[in-house]
Design a protein around this ligand. Structure first.
Ligand SMILES: Cc1cc2nc3c(=O)[nH]c(=O)nc-3n(C[C@H](O)[C@H](O)[C@H](O)COP(=O)(O)O)c2cc1C
Ligand SMILES: O=C(O)C(=O)c1ccccc1
Length: 388
């Protein structure tokens, strides 16, 4: 992947050589419009849409507009270091690619999980690989190169399947497990309801299940012989509605790898998670796709305070470099992005994802430079001012 520090200059100099615009849009709005052109319209709506009237996802984005980064002068930020430390790994950037359970079918070749893994390998931006993959997790892990990856677990209502997934993720070499708690049942998603469509119910992105020996042992006939029956078994066991804090000991006991809980936004839940021995919090409202009206960025400072030094990953709403810088200044250890890289995958596969990451990182780098912040550690709440 191109060095993001030279990214903008590279585009301007290429333009000098003639009519040579960048291959993909450089803004989120442009990416979304381009992805809308490329994706089958129901799949586009599935990705772009969310819960209820979609105020929640719009609120995720507008929450960032209420903060300004106050530039400091003569502060020696000519060179920036965007690297962070996460679970003992030095990461070159503060970004993560959040799990997208349909990324597999967002590329033309329907190997979007592998394209994401390859972009992760080339960029050093870790992939949080969804339980819902079009290619099995072992193949995805093998494409990550030297970049650490995380496996996101949706706990099925069949503990032995969950245990099998975690064993496989460990054996495949993932560096941590992210358990998503906010999707034990589906939110009210008007676009998908109107189209009467849901990708996984049509059998997409179930490779981890169909390749799993425990899942397969539950079926009368194999998924190859009867994919519809296998898909219906997935639907019947996907969620785990009765899971409570009492089950955290079971989750913690599944692995010695770093364990993060995704979907936590309340400080009391952070404390319960910490008391239960988790290693990190993934503060998120699922991109506004699950609990309608749930806040995200507004909760981040309280989550960080309650985490008391434990790493906090934040996602839901960042669309630009300044957004990333603001989330870091509010205390996030790392920032996850969802739809932006999904649209990159839709318009250009691996190259499209790499381009989107380059734009975000180039803009975050410039934002830090022009703001006078040389490193992520220099970004504190003092860097921000509340607007309007
Ligand atoms: C199409 C789509 C599929 C998603 N699938 C998953 C998933 O499989 N597992 C999960 O934990 N989160 C999933 N998410 C939520 C993302 O991980 C992330 O929390 C959210 O997209 C962040 O918001 P953003 O899209 O505004 O960046 C999905 C999001 C989208 C848009
Ligand atoms: O669409 C999603 O956001 C998601 O995470 C999901 C939830 C259930 C099944 C498949 C994907």
């Amino acid at each position: 992947m191109a060095n993001y520090a030279d990214f903008n200059l590279g585009i301007y100099f290429a333009g000098l050589e003639g009519d040579n615009p960048p291959p993909y849009p450089v803004t989120f709005a442009g990416l979304e419009a381009a992805a809308r052109e490329r994706l089958e319209h129901r799949l586009f709506d599935y990705v772009a849409g969310g819960a209820g009237d979609e105020h929640t996802q719009r609120g995720n984005v507008s929450a960032f507009e209420r903060w300004g980064i106050v530039p400091r002068m003569l502060s020696g930020a000519a060179e920036r270091d965007l690297s962070i430390e996460l679970f003992g790994h030095r990461m070159p950037t503060p970004l993560l690619m959040s799990p997208i359970g349909v990324i597999g079918i967002m590329t033309d070749d329907e190997h979007g999980d592998l394209a994401t893994a390859a972009a992760s390998a080339s960029s050093g931006v870790p992939m949080v690989a969804s339980t819902l993959m079009q290619d099995p997790m072992e193949d995805v892990a093998a494409a990550l190169g030297d970049t650490p990856g995380f496996f996101q677990l949706y706990t099925p209502n069949d503990r032995e399947v969950a245990e099998s997934f975690v064993r496989r993720a460990e054996a495949a070499g993932f560096a941590g497990i992210v358990v998503t708690l906010d999707t034990w049942t589906l939110g009210y998603r008007p676009r998908d309801l109107q189209h009467a469509t849901f990708p996984q119910l049509r059998g997409y992105c179930l490779a981890n299940y169909f390749s799993d020996p425990v899942f397969r042992s539950r079926l009368a006939v194999s998924p190859e012989e009867d994919p519809v029956a296998a898909t219906m078994h997935w639907a019947a066991t996907f969620g785990s509605p009765t899971l409570t804090w009492d089950d955290l000991a079971w989750l913690r006991g599944l692995t010695d790898l770093p364990l993060l809980l995704k979907g936590i936004c309340h400080p009391d839940d952070v404390r319960r998670a910490r008391d239960g021995g988790v290693d990190g919090i993934y503060c998120s409202n699922h991109g506004g796709r699950q609990a309608a009206t749930a806040p995200a960025l507004e909760m981040l400072p309280g989550v960080v305070d309650a985490a008391d030094g434990m790493p906090v990953v934040f996602d839901s709403g960042p669309r630009s470099g300044p957004d990333i810088v603001k989330a870091l200044a509010l205390g996030a250890t790392a920032v996850g992005i969802g739809r932006p890289y999904g649209y990159g995958a839709a318009i250009g596969g691996q190259a499209g994802i790499e381009f989107v990451l380059s734009c975000l990182l180039a803009e975050a780098d410039l934002t830090m430079g022009l703001g006078g912040y040389a490193s992520v550690a220099d970004l504190t709440r003092d860097a921000l001012v509340r607007l309007g």
